[in-house]
Design a protein around this ligand. Structure first.
Ligand SMILES: [Zn+2]
Ligand SMILES: [Zn+2]
Length: 562
């Protein structure tokens, strides 16, 4: 029973799966042969994280699942980069930017008061959605990592290899500079060190805001005594002391390979901006080889998620978070969209198409359970891909799913139908759709969430056509538009609905037949009915809608105005 049919752009209807990337990536990762495969992801905790970032998390989870399925020891790790300095605040933030700019996120307070610090707040907001998306990475806080002996050793190695790191950065960063730029850059690197210091006096790692940032860079390092000199660009505090006594942070192109080295990362996916040839990933791999003396992780580049055709940002106030996704769509759909797309292709989230996409995903699910006739190749691809889309273990038996589109309409009828009536309507639809005598408890258990999400979708992203609001009574200004013929049509329809027990198609054809007998256009007949039910000229398909409302309720509604 579908209420709404919409034409879809080609990219969503195309059912050519590009899942070969999974095999390719796993083959490359397997060549490393570590005792335990570590698939790592990371994100700066500088604000609410966008749903697009979940692509990275899901790619990592997929690699881990595949490795485990092959009998390998594998786990995922998520590094919350909460040691980064604050650069800006979203407009809604009630902390003073002057007071906190340049301080690490892990050192700033949580204005919501629910977490230890601001970095932890953004981290918690993200990781609390992980179980819903079927992922369970080990969570590592970058600020805590910097307190470990292993990370301090990595910092020491980098300071000892400052000259090599300078050479690598000049080679990679200045690669496309013109001669003047290159000369300037080389000059600026002469007294450059790969670490900055968090000032013990003012708590800052750098001074200034966007465009005028000056880090508290190390100004001298004595390899023998391990003494570090620095000057705070904000308060002017200056000091020379042993590196054990300071809170140091590596500069970002160096911080990444240091974390790989400390974690022993086997593989890390990275968005296109970092993984372009000669970009920060390649620079990091070079630092891994020449400074840390090992290969570094397997690079897995991917194209980001786009939103309605635009790139996604994270710092601009309103953010479509993973939690926001869970309020309007199933997590399995997001996994499916990521997995079926070639890694080099962008995923474009079109929120208006979510009901259609859920249909596509659930058709795919039925194919996995052999309920639809498809060719062998499709069946085989489905067998590989479907288990990677689910957020809980694959169930042995197919569990029938209530149509998302039906749920969109039904969930909006809570003012007219009580909870039990709504659930009964849903069971009836499931029975009919899947030819069931009984709805299993597993199938019933999924319905409340489906109603919640579809209602969330209708409110957030539904068009006028998707929104159904049934007023308590038919408004007077609408009543005054009805002609005698309209009323005759309505009384004939009420008679029919009272006497005959019609299904949705029966109702649909009765409306046509009665309109023709009376001599009004079917279009007008439908308009009159939509007017009576939802004070609009059009709406969801009438037959199913009347069944959902309940024929008795509709008969009473029409009779009340005759
Ligand atoms: Zn909090
Ligand atoms: Zn200072």
């Amino acid at each position: 029973m579908l209420f709404r049919v919409k034409r879809m752009p080609e990219e969503t209807t195309e059912d050519e799966f590009s899942i070969h990337w999974i095999r390719d990536v796993v083959d490359r990762v397997l060549e490393r042969e570590p005792d335990e495969y570590l698939v790592v992801t990371g994100k700066s905790m500088s604000g609410s994280v966008h749903i697009g970032f979940m692509k990275e998390i899901i790619i990592a989870d997929t690699i881990k699942r595949e490795l485990q399925a092959m009998g390998q020891q594998a786990k995922t790790v998520f590094i919350a980069d909460d040691y980064d300095p604050i650069r800006s605040f979203p407009p809604s933030m009630n902390l003073s930017p002057e007071e906190w700019m340049g301080v690490p996120y892990s050192d700033a307070p949580d204005p919501s008061g629910c977490c230890d610090n601001l970095g932890a707040h953004y981290t918690n907001e993200l990781i609390e959605t992980f179980p819903d998306f079927g992922v369970d990475p080990e969570i590592v806080s970058q600020s805590k990592l910097y307190k470990t002996k292993e990370m301090l050793d990595a910092v020491r190695i980098c300071l000892n290899h400052t000259e090599t790191i300078r050479e690598i950065l000049i080679e990679y960063v200045a690669r496309d500079f013109d001669d003047t730029q290159k000369a300037e850059y080389i000059n600026s690197m002469k007294d450059w060190y790969p670490a900055s210091v968090i000032c013990p006096i003012c708590g800052r790692l750098q001074s200034g805001g966007k465009g005028s940032i000056v880090p508290n860079r190390v100004t001298a390092y004595n390899v023998e005594s391990e003494e570090v000199s620095y000057e705070c660009a904000h308060c002017g505090h200056t000091e020379t002391t042993h590196l054990d006594k300071l809170r140091l942070k590596l500069s970002w192109r160096v911080d990444w390979p240091a974390k790989w080295y400390v974690m022993k990362t086997t593989c890390e996916p990275a968005g296109k901006d970092h993984s372009v040839k000669g970009g920060s990933y390649d620079t990091g791999l070079e630092i891994s080889r020449r400074v840390f003396g090992w290969s570094g992780p397997v690079k897995v580049p991917f194209e980001w998620v786009r939103f309605g055709g635009h790139d996604m940002g994270t710092s601009k106030g309103v953010v479509f978070t993973p939690r926001a996704w869970l309020n309007v769509a199933p997590p399995e759909l997001f996994r499916y969209m990521v997995l079926r797309t070639d890694l080099e292709r962008a995923n474009n989230i079109q929120t208006d198409l979510i009901p259609d996409l859920v249909d596509i995903y659930e058709t795919f699910e039925r194919t996995y359970y052999g309920l639809d006739d498809v060719d062998n190749a499709t069946q085989e691809l489905t067998r590989l891909l479907y288990p990677l889309t689910v957020v809980r273990p694959v169930s042995d038996e197919y569990i029938p799913k209530l149509s998302f589109k039906f749920a969109v309409v039904t969930s909006q009828l809570q003012g007219i139908l009580n909870r039990d009536e709504i659930l009964e309507r849903c069971y009836d639809v499931l029975k009919k759709q899947y030819n069931l005598t009984e709805v299993t408890s597993e199938a019933k258990a999924l319905i409340p969430k489906r109603l919640e999400r579809s209602l969330g979708w209708a409110k957030e992203f539904g068009s006028e056509q998707d929104t159904v609001e049934v007023p308590e009574t038919v408004p007077a200004d609408i009543l005054s538009t009805f002609t005698d013929k309209d009323r005759l049509f309505l009384s004939k329809l009420v008679e029919t609905l009272r006497i005959e027990s019609l299904d949705e198609d029966g109702i649909q054809s009765s409306i046509f037949n009665i309109a023709r007998d009376i001599g009004i256009k079917p279009k007008r007949a439908f308009q009159v009915l939509y007017n009576i039910l939802i004070s609009r000229k059009s709406g969801p398909r009438l037959g199913p809608f009347i069944i959902t409302l309940g024929t008795d309720w509709v008969v009473d509604r029409i009779s009340s105005i005759l």
